[in-house]
Design a binder for this molecule. Sequence first.
Ligand SMILES: [Zn+2]
Length: 193
Amino acid sequence: MGQSRRQAGIVPVAPVAKPVLSELNSRLHEELGIPPSYGRGGVPPYYPAADALVDVGPNLVGHMQRLDPEAAARWHEMVEAAGADGVRLLIVSGFRDAGYQAGLIRRKLEAGQAIDEILKVVAAPGFSQHHTGCAIDIATPGSRPLTEEFEDSDAFAWLGENAVSHGFSMTYPRDNAHGFIYEPWHWALNGRI
Ligand SMILES: [Zn+2]
């Protein structure tokens, strides 16, 4: 009697879904002390690793970045369009694998940060949109990379008006459902995330 249950304030509990982690991700989660509840119920979502990647050029510190081929093509188009409007879009980070993601967390643990605090800023291995090769951290000259300063840049204003026509959206807005901090620099290809 669903109706009477609802009236009584009883909500049926759905099975607690947690994606089955790969052996590598399971090992990394155990090593890093990721809480077993992480990712349960699809928050944050699990993201499969890209199966094809292409080089898109070096980032600010000279490390070659890679993206999914479709994301790469759309990114190059968007960079060109922004450039024609006098706006420079630079890639900080494209594809990241689970091992790299674990390294980001390991360094913060070694610096004495608590895992719960770290996980608001860095997704656990297997749960970063960057694994898909379809997410890009974007910077622009005159604004410190990966800070909220980006929000005040001409590049951010340009993206707000034009990114969607190139297929990109900002996927970690303020108060996002993923439980992550606001990341005005993080954009991902629509339909692929
Ligand atoms: Zn990002």
